[in-house]
Design a protein around this ligand. Structure first.
Ligand SMILES: Nc1ncnc2c1ncn2[C@@H]1O[C@H](COP(=O)(O)OP(=O)(O)O)[C@@H](O)[C@H]1O
Ligand SMILES: [Mg+2]
Length: 394
């Protein structure tokens, strides 16, 4: 029997479409001699579907038509139940459609890449590839991520953060804090989105207020950072777990304008676009050896101190005037799973998928060695045991 890999993608996220592309690439790369693949598409409404029609990206042009060819499915939040159940009960026979052995989430953005979906998998106990709940959540939130990096001597640009509530009630105080700490220019971001959604730069107070009002539409937490005006962006992928990880060659995305927009990143600016791959990039980035090694080291440190797992991509900003390197963000489920960086590093895509499965199984083995509960039932102790239980939870 082959190992059955459940690949989850789509989701209630602004990066839904990008996830469809990433997952399609990943599913085609999996070695079918060794593995079976069950695609599980999460719609924008949050419903799960499976079916072979999900394997062809062209079918997503007409979602209602696509879903007609698919079967709605679900998993139960029950530990050790790896079954995929039919959404509509059959009159006769089993409701179990198939059983998954391991899950590879290829989901981008909030509600999915931020630990929420990982929590479902963790509840079920099924081995899965990639970051766990803690590292996904920390990696997605641009504020907690920067706090953790700072505390571990990984350089990040200076920032100020606040909530939408503070912005609503104490706007002057927030503006004051930003102007005192950072001055202008700054860049305003919702704390937990991706793909440049809701991001804008500001060179004065009027623009600042406008950009924060824009960012606030997307998130309850906002971050304003010092804007590095003359910057070079470099990305590095990291693969493994905290104990044993390696870094890819570097890429330099080529941008036009202020910063990479959603369209530039994924739509390639229009005609003839092939999605993410058409976005222009230089691989490997042309940098002096010491600078390359420094960036790879910082990418590895970012992965390590955030306790990441699987394949991530760490994006850094280099200030062209000072050549100082700042870690900008980590993508714990990067677009295209960064396969093009691993290919350039000598690891083919099918081997990357294979590595992810092995890492998932390794973590499951390690986790199962930990004690999660005591077999002793304190209620069975009798006497004062049960009565005295209240308040003894120390
Ligand atoms: N501090 C900064 N200074 C200058 N440009 C920045 C800064 N932070 C982000 N950018 C630009 O904005 C883009 C999007 O920001 P990023 O933090 O990567 O958010 P996202 O999660 O949406 O990708 C980056 O790719 C970069 O071009
Ligand atoms: Mg980014």
């Amino acid at each position: 029997m082959k190992t059955n890999i459940g690949v989850f993608f789509g989701g209630r996220s602004t990066e839904h479409e990008i996830s469809v592309i990433s997952a399609s690439q990943a599913m085609h790369a999996i070695d079918r001699e060794k593995y079976d693949v069950t695609p599980i598409y999460i719609t924008k409404q949050g419903h799960w579907y499976t079916g072979d029609a999900l394997l062809d990206v062209k079918n997503y042009r007409n979602i209602p038509e696509l879903l007609k060819q698919c079967q709605e499915v679900y998993m139960r939040p029950v530990y050790d139940d790896y079954n995929l159940y039919r959404g509509t009960k059959k009159m006769f026979g089993s409701d179990v459609l198939t059983k998954l052995d391991v899950v590879i989430p290829v989901l981008h953005g909030s509600n999915v890449e931020d630990g929420i979906f990982e929590g479902v998998l963790q509840t079920i106990g099924i081995p899965y590839a990639g970051c766990d709940v803690l590292s996904s959540a920390n990696g997605m939130d641009k504020i907690t991520m920067k706090m953790i990096l700072q505390a571990n001597d990984v350089p990040v640009v200076d920032y100020v953060w606040f909530t939408d509530n503070e912005w609503g009630n104490r706007r002057d105080e927030v503006v004051d804090r930003i102007e005192k700490r950072l001055g202008y220019p700054v860049i305003v971001k919702p704390a937990n989105l991706g793909s440049s959604v809701g991001i804008g730069s500001a060179h004065n107070r009027e623009q600042l207020i406008e950009k924060i009002n824009e960012a606030e539409r997307y998130s309850m937490r906002m971050i304003v950072e010092h804007l590095v005006e003359d910057l070079q962006e470099i990305n590095c992928s990291v693969l493994g777990d905290c104990d044993d990880y390696r870094m890819s060659v570097l890429e330099e995305p080529i941008k036009s304008g202020d910063f990479l927009t959603y369209d530039q990143k994924y739509l390639g600016g229009g005609k003839g676009s092939k999605g993410m791959q058409s976005a222009q990039k230089r691989i490997p980035a042309e940098l002096p050896k010491e600078e390359t090694e420094r960036i790879q080291y910082l990418a590895g440190e970012t992965f390590r101190v955030l306790s990441c797992h699987g394949v991530s991509r760490v994006d850094v900003i280099v200030d062209r005037n000072t050549r100082k390197v700042y870690v900008n963000e980590i993508n714990t489920i990067p677009g295209s799973l960064s396969f093009y960086l691993w290919e350039a590093t000598g690891l083919p895509f099918d081997k990357l998928m294979d590595t992810l499965v092995k890492l998932a199984l390794k973590r499951k083995r390690q986790q199962s060695l930990k004690t999660v509960s005591y077999d002793q039932n304190i209620f069975s102790l009798g006497g004062g045991g049960v009565k005295g239980a209240k308040g003894t939870k120390a």
